[in-house]
Structure formats: structure tokens, C-alpha cells
Design a protein around this ligand. Structure first.
Ligand SMILES: NC(=O)C1=CN([C@@H]2O[C@H](COP(=O)(O)OP(=O)(O)OC[C@H]3O[C@@H](n4cnc5c(N)ncnc54)[C@H](OP(=O)(O)O)[C@@H]3O)[C@@H](O)[C@H]2O)C=CC1
Ligand SMILES: N[C@@H](CC=O)C(=O)O
Length: 351
């Protein structure tokens, strides 16, 4: 089955998913029941192209990478240029919108409007953008359901590591009473580099070069990115509504090389930890802050952009999941997981 896809935003993560589609087209990956046809890309700086019969993925990637502009994408009869994100969502024949614009930690926009418009036009969405899930989960999930379309957001927490689908699907039947984890790749990478002797600024610059950091890295270092992910876990996994701003939040911006080295000398480590605990009355206590942990703690062994999460379950006991927390291919893969699940789900409902 052909799936017509439109990319809204075409930065590192969007391009990584396009690479995976290219592998699928070349037969280097199985079809998993669908053939992706990229019909549109709309990016605020790189420009926009649309062709109802599909675009050439290799040429899209070359244009974006070699010249930084889709103006370099070859002309073809029927090609439309210049549609902004909303025009692309509303007017193209795409049935799957890949929303991969930047995460805005204050308003969640324009991504919330992108999702809302897609659902109102009966188009499915996969996204790695944390804003819509952290700030508008109830409204958007109801809108998607009302319009009979799919909304996937696995990559919003721990990129390609299935931190959302694993507890919902595989740990079904448990009550999750507590979650703790390292949920930001940039800061964990920075702390690990500081353990090796790099300064805070050197470590941040490297994390940015490697594609781990947000467009505005203040979100990473001041803890807001981890706070968003903590809100997503609360809303989606623990069934308790908690607004992102209700979560106590302190980042790693006060952590110095000396503090990190001093901890190491005492066989301890600093880690930016997110915590969610269910109180007796069912409400949640939530925080994000740097914590000093013992060198023997399993979370102390989680290094670099790798993240980890521990789910305290009433029946199975604690389950720890560890894997990539950031990274372009890994996050592009998270979108691919969502799309595969969407196709499996659609196939089942047709039975
Ligand atoms: N990188 C990672 O490891 C992870 C990223 N994420 C999330 O995935 C999303 C994408 O990340 P990433 O690809 O790394 O980020 P990038 O900054 O590389 O890409 C975002 C792209 O969206 C474009 N854009 C911004 N606003 C608009 C708009 N209104 N309409 C169309 N395009 C727009 C940007 O344009 P320009 O830059 O030219 O202004 C840029 O090309 C983010 O929300 C991020 O939080 C989630 C998990 C991990
Ligand atoms: N900037 C984020 C990217 C993934 O969400 C991080 O470093 O974790």
C-alpha cells in the first residue's frame, strides 16, 4: 500500500527518516506493508516543494544537504513551490504528516496547530515534537480519535528507545507507581564529557555538533526538555494530568567541572534525574533536577547520549529500559516505529 507523506520541517530528524524511506525504496529494508511516497516537504528556511505524484527522496536530501535549500530541487511539470506548513497540511494529497519542527517549550507552537489542522483534515500525524504531547495531549488525542486518524509520538521520550510503547503494550496489566530516569541526551552527554575532563562549554558545543541538542539548547541545560518528557510520561502512562509548569525543574547549568570531578573522586556521579511518584491519594509528585548518585547505582552506568528509565510496577516489580536518548538516526527511527505500528493497526481493523 502506498503511503503519501508530507514533512513539516526538514532538519536532522526529518532527513534521517527520509534516509530510512530511501533504504526501504532500494529494498535494503523490508516494506512492512507500506511503500512511502514523499509528496511534500515544507521547511521554514529551506523552502517547500510539492508534487502530487511524489518527489525523489535522494534529490530532496541532496538539495537540503548540499545547498541548504529546496530551491536546488530539480523542476518538473506539476511541481509546486512555496507552500508554507499550513498550506502543505491542508492542500496536499498527503495522508501522513511528519511533524518535525523545533520544540517550543513555552507555547508548543506552531506544532500544536500543525497537529490540530492535520487531524481536522483527516490526516494522520507522527511527530517527535514534545510540545503538542506535553501541552495539548487530551485535546489532540480526542481530535485524532474523533477524525479516525492516527497520532504517533514515540520519539518524544528517549528518541528511538520505546519508552512509551513498551510500558503500554508489554507491561500491560501493571500499575506504574513510580518512574525515575535520565531523560535528556544532551545533558547526560555533557556530564559524561565533564567526567572525562571537558569543560561545560566544550561539552555543550560537542553535543550541539552531534545533533543531540535542541535548536535552543537552553531547553536542555535548564531542564525544560526533561520537564516536558516528565509531563508526557505522567499524562500518557500514569493517567494523571500534570501541567509541565507544576513540575519542579532545575537544570545542570550550575554544575561545574570541579563538582563533577569531586563527585567522581568520592565514587559518585551527577545525573539529571526526572522523578514521578504516585501519592496515596493518586496525585503525582514530580521533579527534574541534578542528583548525586552512588557509583554503584545502575543509573550511574548510563553514559553519553544514552538515557534510562525505571518503571516501578505493582506486579512485575521494577523494569529498567536503557537506550538512545537523542540522535538523528535513532529519532528518525522512532517515527518509523510509529508508522509501522499505524500500518499494523490499520491491517488489524480491516480484518
Ligand atoms: N535531535 C534529536 O536527537 C531529537 C529531536 N527531537 C525533536 O524532534 C524535532 C526535530 O528535531 P531536529 O530535526 O533535531 O531539529 P532541527 O532544528 O534540525 O530541525 C527542525 C526543522 O524544522 C524547521 N522549522 C522550524 N519551524 C518551522 C515551521 N513553522 N514550518 C516548517 N519548518 C519549520 C527548521 O527550520 P530552520 O532550522 O531552517 O529554521 C528546521 O529545519 C524537534 O522538535 C526536537 O525537539 C526529539 C527527540 C530527539
Ligand atoms: N535535545 C533532546 C533531544 C531529544 O529529545 C535531548 O538531548 O534529549
Amino acid at each position: 500500500m502506498t503511503m503519501k507523506v508530507a514533512f513539516i520541517g526538514f532538519g536532522g530528524v526529518g532527513q534521517a527518516l527520509a534516509e530510512i524511506f530511501l533504504k526501504q525504496q532500494k529494498g535494503e529494508k523490508p516494506s512492512y506493508g507500506f511503500e512511502p511516497e514523499v509528496v511534500a516537504v515544507s521547511d521554514i528556511m529551506k523552502g517547500s516543494v510539492y508534487h502530487p505524484d511524489g518527489l525523489n527522496i535522494k534529490e530532496l536530501l541532496s538539495a537540503a544537504r548540499d545547498s541548504g535549500s529546496l530551491a536546488a530541487y530539480p523542476d518538473k511539470e506539476g511541481l509546486i513551490r512555496g507552500w508554507d506548513s499550513m498550506e502543505t497540511i491542508k492542500n496536499t494529497n498527503a495522508d501522513m504528516i511528519v511533524e518535525v519542527t523545533f520544540t517550543d517549550v513555552k507555547t508548543g507552537q506552531p506544532a500544536i496547530d500543525h497537529c490540530r489542522t492535520a487531524f481536522e483534515h483527516k490526516k494522520s500525524v507522527v511527530t517527535t515534537n514534545k510540545g503538542p504531547v506535553a501541552l495539548a495531549y487530551d485535546e489532540l488525542s480526542q481530535l485524532a480519535e474523533k477524525n479516525g486518524v492516527f497520532w504517533g509520538f514515540e520519539g518524544t521520550v528517549m528518541s528511538g528507545t520505546p519508552a512509551l510503547r513498551l510500558p503500554v503494550m508489554t507491561l500491560a496489566g501493571n500499575e506504574i507507581t513510580e518512574i525515575k530516569g535520565i531523560l535528556n541526551g544532551t545533558t547526560n552527554y555533557m556530564i559524561t564529557e565533564m567526567e572525562k575532563g571537558e569543560t561545560y562549554q566544550e561539552a555543550l558545543a560537542k553535543a550541539q555538533r552531534l545533533g543531540y541538542a535542541e535548536a535552543d539548547p537552553t531547553s536542555d541545560v535548564e531542564g525544560y526538555d526533561a520537564r516536558y518528557k516528565t509531563a508526557i510520561l505522567a499524562n500518557y502512562l500514569m493517567g494523571e494530568k500534570i501541567a509541565s509548569e507544576e513540575i519542579y525543574c532545575r537544570g545542570i547549568n550550575d554544575l561545574t567541572l570541579e563538582m563533577v570531578q569531586e563527585a567522581l573522586a568520592k565514587k559518585q556521579k551527577w545525573r539529571l534525574l526526572s522523578r514521578l511518584t504516585k501519592r496515596e491519594d493518586g496525585s503525582l509528585e514530580a521533579s527534574v533536577q541534578p542528583e548525586l548518585i552512588d557509583g554503584n547505582d545502575p543509573l550511574a552506568g548510563v553514559n553519553g547520549p544514552t538515557n534510562a528509565i525505571v518503571y516501578e510496577c505493582d506486579l512485575s516489580g521494577p523494569i529498567m529500559l536503557t537506550g538512545a536518548g537523542a540522535g538523528l538516526i535513532e529519532t528518525g527511527y522512532s517515527l518509523f516505529i510509529d508508522i509501522i505500528h499505524y500500518h499494523r493497526q490499520s491491517a488489524l481493523t480491516k480484518l
